[in-house]
Design a protein around this ligand. Structure first.
Ligand code: AHR
Length: 328
């Protein structure tokens, strides 16, 4: 009933009825819980840009399968317009819940208002939107990216505590406008500002991809001969930077130190091998918590507006220890 009222309010009753027929059946406190095998959730993923994203997709799909909840999944190939299309399609199909990881922070109000008008609760996973209206989503589950940037900055601050000369840092940014790119840069900058010898001499986006990281690093090596440290917003860009550094005849981890975020298996292996110096963990394993949020809402319960993922950091020694049990 809640969904039908919402759809009528949106002037889209016919679409709503068609949607219910295709599987969406509402849910929540007023009607009592929908049996899990009748629930339908639409998930609009960013893409498959990184090892982190692949692990995140697998975990979400496996968690919904295990819970016996139908998951409609779409891959936006890192394009906001594709994600908006996918969300609109989920609204038309009348899914019970929508979850998505916004590729960038801005530009979501219109489509989120459409979901709200249709009575479909939205859960943000992994990344935030910068909307002023927080009634447009029920919960935001994911990492504290500013904190991740601060942890990376703290390692650099400690590593160069005795530096008497300028330390040249280059930053490989994530996707322009994405929450993790904005926040990881902000947290890092705040902490390294404590030592005036630490300077970010170049900063450019590598779009969270290995190829992007390699390409940007190649260009940076050409225009900056004295790079001391690379801060990459994810492992994949750090791994791309390693390829560029080695191709330039330098030793990653020694001639140029590398700090990254994520801690996926390939990154952890490079850390254990001494090619990366420090990794800040960003956990992609959000599936079970997302299922919990949805089942709680389905039973009429309430969920926290902000659920922050628990994460750690890894030194080279810790990576060697952790690698055998690393799930992703
Ligand atoms: O939003 C999380 C970030 O997105 C990960 O750190 C990065 O690898 C991914 O592409």
């Amino acid at each position: 009933m809640k969904k039908l009222i919402g759809l009528a309010a949106a002037g889209a009753l016919i679409v709503g009825l068609a949607g219910c027929a295709s599987g969406g059946s509402g849910g929540g406190a007023a009607e009592g819980p929908v049996p899990l095998d009748e629930l339908v959730v639409g998930f609009a993923q960013v893409g498959a840009e990184s090892g982190w994203r692949t692990a995140n997709t697998k975990d979400i799909q496996a968690s919904f399968e295990e819970a016996g909840i139908e998951l409609k999944f779409s891959d936006a190939q890192q394009k906001q317009e594709n994600q908006i299309k996918a969300i609109r399609s989920y609204i038309q199909q009348g899914v019970d819940y929508i979850a998505f990881s916004p590729v960038v922070e801005t530009g979501w109000d219109a489509v989120l208002n459409e979901a709200k008008a249709a009575g479909i609760p939205v859960v943000l996973t992994d990344r935030a939107v910068d909307s002023q209206d927080d009634s447009l989503y029920v919960s935001f589950l994911g990492s504290d990216f500013i904190e991740e940037g601060k942890k990376a900055g703290q390692w650099v601050l400690d590593e160069y505590a005795d530096a008497t000369e300028k330390v040249n840092i280059v930053q490989l940014e994530g996707t322009t406008g994405a929450a993790p790119a904005i926040d990881r840069a902000e947290g890092f900058a705040e902490v390294i500002a404590e030592n005036e010898n630490l300077e970010v001499i170049a900063s450019q986006t590598g779009d969270f991809t290995r190829a992007g990281g390699k390409q940007v690093m190649e260009a940076m090596l050409k225009s900056n001969p004295d790079i001391d440290l690379v801060y990459a917003h994810n492992d994949d860009m750090g791994l791309g930077a390693i390829e560029a550094i080695e191709a330039a005849g330098l030793v990653p981890g020694e001639d140029i130190k590398i700090v990254t975020v994520d801690a996926v298996k390939d990154g952890m292996q490079a850390l254990a091998d001494g090619k990366i110096n420090f990794i800040v963990e960003c956990s992609p394993l959000l599936g079970k918590q997302l299922v919990d949020i949805i089942t709680t809402l389905n039973e009429g319960g309430t969920v926290e507006k902000r659920i922050i993922t628990e994460e750690t950091t890894f030194t080279q020694e810790q990576a060697i220890e952790a690698l055998p049990d690393r799930q992703y």
